[in-house]
Design a binder for this molecule. Structure first.
Ligand SMILES: [Cu+2]
Length: 583
């Protein structure tokens, strides 16, 4: 575990006074011995402006299970890359794998040819080759990096980036820690994908017990059966295979963050998971959210937040007199959790809460008025509100594609249509609308400083998030990427566009646009709409963002659930050059 300090003295020595409980930490986790091929858990810091990163194949062992790892500089996560706003970064990536690799600098503004997406912004990095991205650093905040090649990210090819502000940091804290959330599976990522293709619910262990926990009526049971779904289909991949990690550490490793009572402790949350949304809370403590996706926001105090895959949040917590507090990052489906401890002294522990009851998808998750479902015969919508007493037999069997705009391709890639998708910007996330404490929603976020561009959007672009759960097909507008790779979404230079994302599926998708920040249309004044690079679109709902398309080039735009992206939920956004032509 690294403590990040603002002081000059702290910069020289980044190791905290204490880290892992010594008894729980294997010898190789403490040292830097890379020769035996085992990956290190936890990570070092490499400081810009010039940074070298080496991608290599390793073995790892986490919570008693062994697996193959793709690590950066020998650790998972890779090293924390520390840059400074106003300098010119020179980031060189060396490929020691026997396959191509890449690094995408997630959230960094840079010329598109350095963005690191094979086939979109550059050809990729061949085995034995190197690639250098050199660019002026125009921002500050918490970001991260990861492979954009195949499924390497699942195997450990990711790490955190901090860009220190050129001036004073608006966030004042006594201690400053990275908290990188991710998953480990002993399975090869391609095995995971194959299993998902064979049956969507393969990893969904909740299927075995949900009927006991949630007695449903005969018609409800029939409805879910006809959709070949379960109301507990929350995440595609669960703790059945995943061990959830903080800074590469499983719960049994006992990761600790040191504090002194009354100190302001900054935790920089990065969701580097491939497939897992996490619900983060610290029982007994509220916290301030001070940054979202690296962008400063007006501090907002909550007790819990949901972090989607690829999002980042900086939070500040002020621990009280207790010796320890447990930091809980529970997977959204509540099949497992990552754990760390805020500890006054090494080894101090607070109780670990048990997993909460798994959430159920609601009528809202099905498109509010109901979700029309692929099939044959006539049906009717399910109306508003809850399902009690409604006749749902056959109601979900019609794929009412008349609800879709002409831009959406109807075919086997779509097995559901949201019949009445409502804006869910104020939604705390699946399973969190009935907890008894404050949960952050996107509507709570306000940009700390006024946005530079407050022009009203000149057009509305509507895009549908589409899928066929059973066949594990995922797409935009019913067209998987392989079918549209030569017809990108085009924006004029400096065009101001409002993009409406309609989720015609019953899963939440974290949608990420490369190379830009967009503003959430969340009810704030245009000048204070929070800027983000990744947006969760809730199941069966919609969400809007405003974009100033002022970064010329070809940019990836995709669902950040790794296996959804791999299955086709990916598009290219092309922003014209200021002269009007291609970048
Ligand atoms: Cu997705």
């Amino acid at each position: 575990m690294n403590e990040i300090s603002f002081t000059r003295r702290g910069l020289l020595k980044t190791t905290a006074a204490f880290g892992l409980a010594a008894a729980a930490m294997p010898a190789w986790a403490r040292g830097a011995d890379l020769n035996h091929g085992m990956v290190r858990q936890g990570f070092d810091e490499v400081r810009g402006p010039a940074v070298d990163l080496t991608v290599g194949a390793h073995k790892t062992r986490i919570a008693g299970r062994s697996g193959h790892a793709i690590a950066v500089n020998g650790s998972v996560p890779g090293p924390l890359v520390r840059l400074k706003e106003g300098t010119t970064a020179r980031l060189t990536v060396h490929n020691n794998l026997n396959e191509d690799t890449s690094i995408h600098w997630h959230g960094l503004l840079l010329p598109f040819q350095f963005d690191g997406v094979p086939g979109v912004s550059f050809p990729g990095i061949a085995p034995g080759e190197s690639f250098t991205a050199e660019f002026p650093v125009r921002q500050h905040g918490t970001y991260w990096y990861h492979s954009h090649s195949g499924l390497q990210e699942q195997a450990g090819h990711y790490g955190a980036i901090i860009v220190d502000p050129a001036g004073a940091d608006p966030v004042q804290a006594d201690r400053d820690y990275m908290m990188v959330l991710s998953e480990f599976t002993p399975l090869h990522p391609h095995t995971v994908f194959d299993k998902l293709k064979k049956g969507e619910g393969y990893f969904n262990r909740q299927q075995r017990s949900w009927t006991d926990d949630y007695p449903l009526s005969a018609s409800e049971r029939r409805m879910w059966a006809e959709m070949r779904m379960m109301p507990t289909d929350i995440l595609d991949v669960t703790a059945e295979t995943y061990t959830y990690l903080i800074n590469g550490h499983a719960p049994v490793d006992g990761l600790e963050y040191a504090f002194t009572p009354g100190q302001r402790v900054r935790l920089r949350l990065v969701n580097a998971g491939a497939m897992t949304f996490f619900n983060v809370r610290i029982p007994g403590l509220s916290f301030e959210v001070v940054q979202a996706d690296g962008q400063d926001v007006e501090p907002v105090t909550v007790d819990e937040l949901q972090i989607g895959v690829a999002e980042t949040y900086d939070i500040v917590v002020t621990p009280g007199a207790a010796e320890a507090y447990t930091i809980v990052a529970e997977s959204m489906d509540r099949s497992g959790m990552a754990i760390a401890t805020l500890a006054q002294r090494p080894g101090a522990r607070a109780p670990i809460p048990s997993l909460r009851k798994p959430p159920l998808l609601t009528m809202k998750d099905m498109g509010h008025g109901g979700m029309a479902h692929g099939g044959g015969h006539e049906g009717h919508d399910m109306g508003d509100g809850d399902a009690d007493g409604m006749d749902m037999s056959g109601g979900m069997n019609m794929r009412d594609t008349s609800l879709l705009p002409d831009s959406v391709k109807v075919g086997p890639g779509i097995d559901m249509v949201a019949m009445n998708p409502v804006d869910r910007m104020g939604d705390p996330g699946v399973g969190l609308d009935d907890v008894d404490h404050r949960v952050m929603t996107y509507k709570d976020l306000r940009a700390l400083r006024p946005n530079p561009d407050t022009r009203p959007p000149s057009r509305l672009l509507e895009l549908h998030l589409t899928g066929n759960m059973e066949r594990y097909m995922w797409s935009f507008d019913g067209k998987k990427f392989s079918a549209v790779s030569d017809t990108p979404i085009r924006f004029a230079y400096n065009e101001r566009v409002r993009v409406k994302l309609v989720n015609d599926t019953m899963m939440a998708h974290p949608i990420h646009l490369h190379g830009h920040f967009f503003e959430l249309v969340n009810g704030a004044d245009q000048a204070r709409q929070p800027q983000k690079h990744t947006l969760i679109v809730q199941p069966g709902g919609s969400a809007q963002f405003d974009l100033t398309a002022n970064e010329p080039g070809d940019w990836a735009f995709h669902c950040h659930l790794l296996y959804h992206m791999h299955a086709g939920m990916f598009q290219v956004v092309t922003v014209a050059s200021p002269a009007g032509g291609a970048a």
